[in-house]
Each structure stands twice: as C-alpha cells, then as structure tokens.
Design a protein around this ligand. Structure first.
Ligand SMILES: Cc1cc2nc3c(=O)[nH]c(=O)nc-3n(C[C@H](O)[C@H](O)[C@H](O)COP(=O)(O)OP(=O)(O)OC[C@H]3O[C@@H](n4cnc5c(N)ncnc54)[C@H](O)[C@@H]3O)c2cc1C
Length: 446
C-alpha cells in the first residue's frame, strides 16, 4: 500500500491505496490484489474522492501520453487518455485550433475530462467536453475492448462519458477541436454590485460571448451580497496579429510560481480571505474595462501558481459546486448559499458563478444542465466545515439542484440517489473489478 497520490483538495486523505502505471494502450488490466478494486487515475485534479480508491489500486495513466493522429484540416486529434489538455494546446494552437471545451485548469488528462464530462466557460454555447469526443476505446477487466461512439456501442458511450472512471479504462479518444481565429481573447471585465447585476449580465452575454464567468466576493453581505466581477470574451479576430507574442509566451511555460510547502493552517483565515476578496473586487475601481488577454491567463488563472492547493495546509480543503435551476427558487438558493458562506466565519476563499446553457450532456451521469452553477472553496476546519456543507447541500436540494461529483467529498447517499436518477441503469455498466471511494460512499458502502 502507501501510494502518495491524492486528490486536489487533499481531503479525504487516503494512504491505503496501491498504484499501478499503465504504459501501453494494448496492455490488459491487472487483476486487483487482495480482493480490492481498480480505478483509473489521471492528473488527480478532482477535488474530492472520485479519483481515490481506499484499499484498492489506482491505474495511473500519466504514461499513456502519446498522440496517435492529428488532422489539421478537420481538427480531429486522436490521443491516448493520459495526454493532458496542456499537451494538446501545445500541439494545436499554433495551427489555428483550440480545445472545444476546457475546465479552469489545463493540467487534466483527456481520460479525466471524459470521465467527469467537464465543462468550461463556454457551456452555454458548446455544452460539456463529452459532446466533442466522437469516439474512444474502452478496455474492461475481462479483457474486452470496445470502440464507443454515439452509433457504435452507444450505451457504453453514454455510460462512460461522465461515468467517473467506473466503466473501465479509456485508452484513447478522438477530440473534435474548434477553429480559433487568434490565441488572444478580447475580454471585458464588468463589476456588478449584487446578484441581480450578475443575472442581467449573464442573460445579455449569452448570445454574443463564447466565454462567460464571474468571480464573486465571498464576503459581500447585505446590499453587497453576490457582488463581483463578470468576465466575458471571444477569441480576438485574426487582424489582431498577436501570434508571435503567443509563441514567446508558450515558450516560457513551466516557469510559473509554485507553493513549495504546506502553508500553516492559520495562514488562510477570515482576515486574509477578506483582504484578498476586498482587493480583488476593488482592483477594477468600480469601472468596466476591455482588453486583449492571452488564452492562458484567461482560461487558467490558477495554473500560474503550481500546487496552489498547498495554501490550505495539511488538512486540505473542500470544494462545493452545485447547479440550481435558473428560476426564482434557484436564484434565491444561490443567494442563500452565498449568505450562509459569508456568515459562517469560514468564508470561501474563491467563489465562482456561471450560467450553464441547455445544450444536453451526452453522459447519463453528466453533471451539467441548464441553471446557475456556483463553486466555493472551504479550508478544512473539520466538523464546522462539514456542517456548513451539509446546510448548503440541503439548500441545493430544496431548490431542485444537485452537486458535482468531481468536486465532492461529502454528499449523502440519499441525495446522490435522488440527483442522479440514471445511476441504476449506469450501475449495470460498471466494471465488476472497478470501484472508487466516491462510489462506495454514495452507495452507502464507504
Ligand atoms: C484549478 C481547477 C479548476 C477546475 N475547473 C473545472 C471546471 O471549470 N470545470 C470542470 O468541469 N471541472 C473543473 N475542475 C475539475 C477537473 O477538471 C476534473 O476533476 C477533471 O476530471 C480532472 O481530470 P484528471 O485528469 O485530473 O482526472 P482525475 O482527477 O485523476 O480523475 C477524475 C476521474 O476520471 C477517471 N479517469 C481518469 N482517467 C481515466 C481513464 N483513462 N479512463 C477512465 N476513467 C478515467 C478517474 O477514475 C476519476 O473518476 C477543476 C479542477 C481544478 C484543480
């Protein structure tokens, strides 16, 4: 036992797990040791326990990192499942292609992006990542291999996209990239004073802006509850010839800042969170601004500081991400969650709000659906934090929303069953040798 692998939130902290590296896509899967189970592990960028397997074996995919084909005419790239989005960007951006959908970090694997059917700032236009994966191969513990697409093995396709790594190991995938006119984004940053301000900006931006997201001041209360900065943008038109600049930017990659050790738990307290949020909100001085920004800081502002999760100290942190309907009840629930977090005495360090569109997700277990999605990060203060999260979970449920498994380590089995009604059909496709700490927990066995 004794794998060092953890999830991004470093909660729960699991030591009793083995690691086994998968090197070749043609390898057959190992037999799980001691009656334990297998679970693929990409880059460990999931926050909770969906990429962990206490008592079992993690099949690490970092060595499945080969590109198999790329057609610059059609923009279809075929790669092994351990290839990261970062590696894809390095291959394709200078040829005028971009990822169809990207989460807020590029350090995730293709297998992980499919298994969580991740979403990005363009969900309202492009839907989730799985929609842009026309084909992949799935290997099962019985040695069977299936090519899955919307027409070949369509059930396996729908079970595996958003299937939390439980249906088998994805060995390779095709991704349909999107044309990019320019690696720079024309971005507008617009302050809003309260939640209603966000809602009108979100509504007015849906049609004309490919990318939208808002940062929310976690400490805003009363009249300022839900205030923040709204970001919206599109790839700049080709006449903004910034490609040489983009190349020099890419050549500097890897040289970013890093948090070298675990910060002491007290470094992130109410005062430091308040100071950060106040400074961040006021950096716009109440004015909207517009500018050209490279895609890297636009999509991946947190990637600039490697291992930033260490600022939360050894106990780690928990993320809470819900989606609630875009209705009066959903808006009221969003307000309630922000208010409870601000009043809790342990406010969220980073709070992000976005609107999901109504483009359907291809996976039975995919998280995104039309609504408001709010993500908050909480330092792990033990029971106090878990109690707050249970309250936020209840507010989400009462409003007809649900939580995102990729970010979760606390949701109850009862809520999971109610929120993911396809789980019974899905369970028939789970590989009998595969399991995860998350799966056992939400099935009342963890
Ligand atoms: C800073 C930051 C920002 C983020 N922003 C977003 C965001 O905007 N939107 C969003 O949706 N998510 C976001 N995430 C979450 C992240 O995108 C997902 O958790 C993603 O799935 C992680 O990919 P990974 O390669 O690290 O996979 P892991 O976390 O290692 O694994 C995730 C799941 O994929 C499965 N898996 C991995 N590889 C395979 C494979 N080859 N075959 C089958 N199953 C596999 C695992 O078993 C596990 O269930 C963010 C995370 C961070 C740290």
């Amino acid at each position: 036992m004794g794998s060092e692998l953890q999830s991004w939130g470093r909660y729960p902290h699991i030591t009793e797990q083995r690691e086994r590296s998968v090197t070749w896509a043609s390898d057959s899967l190992p037999v799980p040791a001691d009656g334990g189970s297998l679970l693929p592990y990409g880059q460990g960028r999931s926050y909770g326990d969906s990429c962990l397997n206490a008592g079992g074996t993690l099949l690490t995919t970092a060595r499945l990192d080969r590109f198999l084909a790329f057609d610059p005419a059609t923009g279809v790239v075929r790669c092994e499942s351990g290839v990261t989005l970062d590696a894809i960007l390095r291959l394709v951006t200078w040829q005028g292609w971009f990822l169809p959908v990207t989460p807020g970090t590029k350090f995730v694997s293709v297998g992980g992006a499919i298994a969580n059917d991740v979403h990005g700032k363009n969900h309202h236009q492009a839907g989730s990542f799985g929609r842009h994966v026309p084909r992949f191969e799935l290997v099962r513990s019985d040695g069977s291999r299936r090519v899955c697409s919307p027409t070949e093995n369509p059930d396996w396709y729908a079970a595996t996209i958003g299937g939390l790594g439980l249906t088998g190991l994805i060995t390779w995938a095709d991704i349909q990239l999107r044309r990019m006119s320019n690696p720079y984004i024309l971005q507008e940053t617009i302050p809003f004073n309260e939640l209603d301000g966000f809602l009108s900006l979100a509504r007015e931006s849906e049609k004309d802006f490919d990318f939208t997201v808002a940062w929310v001041d976690s400490l805003g209360r009363g009249k300022s509850l839900g205030r923040g900065l709204f970001y919206r943008g599109n790839h700049a038109p080709p006449q903004f010839d910034a490609l040489p600049l983009a190349r020099s930017h890419l050549s500097k990659r890897g040289g970013g800042l890093a948090v070298p050790f675990d910060m002491p738990g007290f470094a992130l307290n109410r005062l430091s969170v308040a100071a950060f949020n106040w400074l961040y909100y006021h950096r716009q001085r109440g004015r909207a601004s517009e500018g050209l920004i490279h895609y890297d800081p636009f999509f991946y502002p947190l990637d600039g500081v490697h291992r930033w999760n260490r600022i939360y100290g050894r106990r780690g942190f928990l993320q809470f991400q819900c989606v609630v309907p875009f209705t009066d009840a959903g808006v009221a629930a969003t307000r309630d969650i922000l208010d409870r977090s601000a009043r809790s005495g342990m406010p969220s360090f980073l709070t992000v709000l976005k609107v999901f569109g109504d483009v359907p997700s291809p996976g039975w277990m995919s998280f995104p659906r039309r609504g408001l999605t709010l993500a908050l990060d909480f330092a792990n203060k033990g029971e106090r934090t878990y109690t707050l999260l249970a309250e936020l979970e209840r507010v989400t449920r009462d409003a007809g929303g649900r939580l995102y498994p990729a970010k979760d380590s606390r949701m109850s089995a009862e809520n999971f069953a109610a929120w993911y009604p396809e789980r019974e059909r899905f369970a028939q496709y789970v590989d009998p040798a595969f399991s995860s700490s998350f799966w056992r927990r939400v099935n009342g066995a963890g």
